[in-house]
Ligand binder design. Sequence first.
Ligand SMILES: NC(=O)c1ccc[n+]([C@@H]2O[C@H](COP(=O)([O-])OP(=O)(O)OC[C@H]3O[C@@H](n4cnc5c(N)ncnc54)[C@H](OP(=O)(O)O)[C@@H]3O)[C@@H](O)[C@H]2O)c1
Length: 277
Amino acid sequence: MEHHDADRLASRRRRLLVTGAGGQLGQALVGAFSSDEVVALDHGDWDVALPPPRLPRLELVLHAAAWTDVDGAETDPQHAAAVNVGGVTHAASLGAPLVVFSTDYVFDGRKREPYVESDTPDPLSVYGRSKLHGEAAAGEDAWIVRSSWLFGPTGHNFVRTMLALAVERDEVSVVDDQRGCPTYVGHLAHGVRELVDADRPRGVWHVAAGGDCTWAEFAEAVFAEAGVDCAVRRVTTAELGRPAPRPAYSVLRSERPGAPELPHWRVGLKECLARLG
Ligand SMILES: NC(=O)c1ccc[n+]([C@@H]2O[C@H](COP(=O)([O-])OP(=O)(O)OC[C@H]3O[C@@H](n4cnc5c(N)ncnc54)[C@H](OP(=O)(O)O)[C@@H]3O)[C@@H](O)[C@H]2O)c1
């Protein structure tokens, strides 16, 4: 598509669907696409493991609904697949151009330099496998946006968990042997808008925050930025003993021309904390 055609499309009010609209990314997408006519469905409106309800004609589907309980998926793989694979199939069946969201957890983390789109996935966990199968279910007319370590002012995420723990404790134990890109959902949602508005080619896109860190470094930044007095004890993944294995290194970068470039994770953290008030 020529640039001016893409511009015209982007400036027009489109009717689009956001699934998982109650989740942290879903809420950010509803905000980033507010100049469009947004049909926002949360879990109660449509269980995406089931076929879609009757909907008006859509020009775009932003599929943010997912099973995101990484440890819980280990003991309930069928349910996780019903949501993360079946849900994508159902979203694709709506017949509109589709954005699906995937994860750095499709990689095994053995690399020591950033993962790009052409790297071969090899997920370690049930969740990672379900997301990879979901990518395959997205079909030809889909942008598959892989991002990582999402956080925002609402929902379950690391920043909110750390701030809640700091209210009751002087010290928290955080793993220091997993490295990735903590990505602010507001920045990701605008990156998605850029991708769609510019009508970039379909397929896999890595869209994650600039910079990288370990979870322990991220926790220290959260406390420093929020002015909270809480120490971070650096521990290993083995010490923490979570049910699902996670990649030790999962920094995502794009090798594709025209990929959205997101701000550094520290900028995202500042914006998130400002919204938390
Ligand atoms: N969080 C991360 O660190 C991360 C990293 C990389 C990629 N991603 C991907 O990014 C996307 C958005 O994640 P997020 O962080 O925004 O997750 P989230 O906050 O957990 O939001 C997911 C939403 O999906 C809903 N949902 C769960 N099961 C559903 C079902 N069967 N039918 C309909 N809705 C359902 C949840 O509703 P309930 O809470 O009511 O169940 C929730 O509102 C997902 O595809 C996720 O895999 C996330």
